[in-house]
Design a protein around this ligand. Structure first.
Ligand code: ADP
Ligand code: ASP
Ligand code: MG
Length: 411
């Protein structure tokens, strides 16, 4: 008998038909004798709707109030799912994050889980009850409701699996696994049978939103076997686990991309010690996270300094650069939010040289200009014009042998 945590995302609980399907799935698993803890998201589109409702009343709502509001989406689905389960004769108990006591810090909108009480869940499981927990939310020590950031139900599920020492955490969604790239952009994308925590963490961090970054961090840290599968289609999905020798050693595991960044450029910056700190200091003070940074070497004692931030922070960052431009003696501050970051990810890169050169050659062949580059042991990222996103992803997908085999026609 195993203990499993299942998480169903927004599209899996989008309406009552979907909830019935999910309930049937749970009943089948429960009948095999497994203990089940179920985490659900809000119905698809609901969190966006609630955020829009909030901003229609107040431009920048207080994060405390916003969390009280957006956490209600998940409260609806736990109740509905329990009703569908009870209707099928399975005893189920619903819990919000606060009820189960998923204790977090007080960073509203991006809270971190610090503790989970398990006693109540253990008691329920002993009575063969199915536990249904609202994803994406927690409560501070002082009793305020918090949320864990967009896509946070993944993290709720992995954290519960870690706290309960579950045998597996299954993330049920609208794709049947983790693919070599987002199948919505490259239909020839291939499902990966297995992927390492490290690769998945890079893919998620670089824009593959199939799993929330923190959920992968958590799974890696506590060694929770994690599987991504489809709610609507049978199959083994993709297992995310530690690296081991039995794994196929592909050079590149996947291509990630991120449309959420913007580039800031400061031209004609005097090239002297301390200049980078003078530029990025005020940006950090404004709580803006910086991703890629590029500074050219100067030939005439001036240089261009460029970095990327989240698109939502672009206007704020540009204001800061414009306000320090004169003091620094720089020529001009500009921004561009029509950019994307495209990244190749794979642990196989560690033992192979020349991947970057090959990637740049492939992009050059398609006349795609590279604006920024950054590399680490297992990834290479480039910033390019947004209009080339699909072309770049498909070109690299094909060139690095990631395309699925064409279906063989019988003679
Ligand atoms: P849920 O609502 O179930 O949490 P998400 O929308 O958060 O689902 O995540 C699933 C989506 O992630 C897919 O529909 C797919 O478009 C997208 N996606 C992005 N990159 C990948 C990838 N490498 N593999 C699979 N899906 C991906
Ligand atoms: N409902 C939340 C969101 O849309 C959390 C989640 O679905 O994981 O981001
Ligand atoms: Mg998600």
């Amino acid at each position: 008998m195993a203990l499993h945590v299942y998480k169903f995302g927004g599209t899996s609980v989008a309406n009552s038909e979907c909830i019935e399907l999910v309930a049937d799935k749970i009943v089948t698993a429960h009948n095999t004798g497994d203990d089940l803890v179920i985490v659900v998201s809000a119905m698809s589109g609901e969190t966006n709707r609630l955020i829009q409702l909030a901003t229609s009343l107040q431009q920048t709502p207080d994060p405390n109030n916003l969390d009280v509001l957006v956490s209600t989406g998940e409260q609806v689905t736990i109740a509905l799912l329990c009703m569908a389960l009870e209707q099928r004769g399975v005893s189920a108990t619903s819990y919000t994050g606060a009820q189960i006591r998923i204790v977090t810090d007080d960073s509203h909108g991006k809270a971190r889980i610090v503790d989970i009480e398990t006693e109540r869940m253990r008691n329920d499981l002993e009575q063969r009850k199915v536990i249904v927990v609202a994803g994406f939310q927690g409560v501070t020590e002082s009793g305020r409701i918090t949320t864990l950031g967009r896509g946070g139900s993944d993290t709720t599920a992995v954290a519960l699996a870690a706290a309960l020492n579950a045998d597996e955490c299954r993330i049920y969604t609208d794709v049947d696994g983790v693919y070599t790239t987002d199948p919505r952009v490259e239909p020839k994308a291939r499902r990966l049978h297995r992927v390492t925590f490290e690769e998945m963490l890079e893919m998620a961090s670089l824009g593959s939103k199939v799993l929330q970054i923190r959920s992968v961090e958590f799974a890696g840290k506590y060694d929770v076997p994690l599987r991504v599968l489809s709610t609507f289609k049978d199959g083994e999905g993709t297992l995310i686990s530690k690296e081991d020798t039995a794994m196929e050693q592909a050079l590149i595991s996947g291509i990630a991309f991120n449309r959420d960044e913007a580039q800031l450029i400061l031209t004609g910056v005097p090239d002297r010690p301390g200049i980078a700190a003078q530029i990025l200091g005020p940006v950090a003070d404004a709580n803006i996270e910086v991703d890629m940074i590029v500074q050219n070497t100067a030939e005439d004692n001036t240089t261009d300094f460029s970095f990327t931030v989240h698109r939502n922070d672009c206007a704020k960052a540009l204001d800061i650069l414009q306000s320090i431009c004169d003091t620094l003696g720089a020529r001009q501050a500009n921004s561009d939010d029509n950019i994307v970051k495209v990244s190749l990810v794979g642990v196989g890169m560690r033992s192979h040289a020349g991947i970057a050169a090959r990637m740049f050659r492939d992009l050059a062949r398609e006349n795609i200009n590279i604006r920024m580059i950054s590399t680490s042991e297992i990834k290479i990222s480039v910033v390019i014009d947004e209009k080339y996103l699909e072309l770049a992803v498909r070109t690299l997908h094909q060139s690095f042998g990631l395309d699925s085999e064409p279906v063989q026609k019988s003679a």
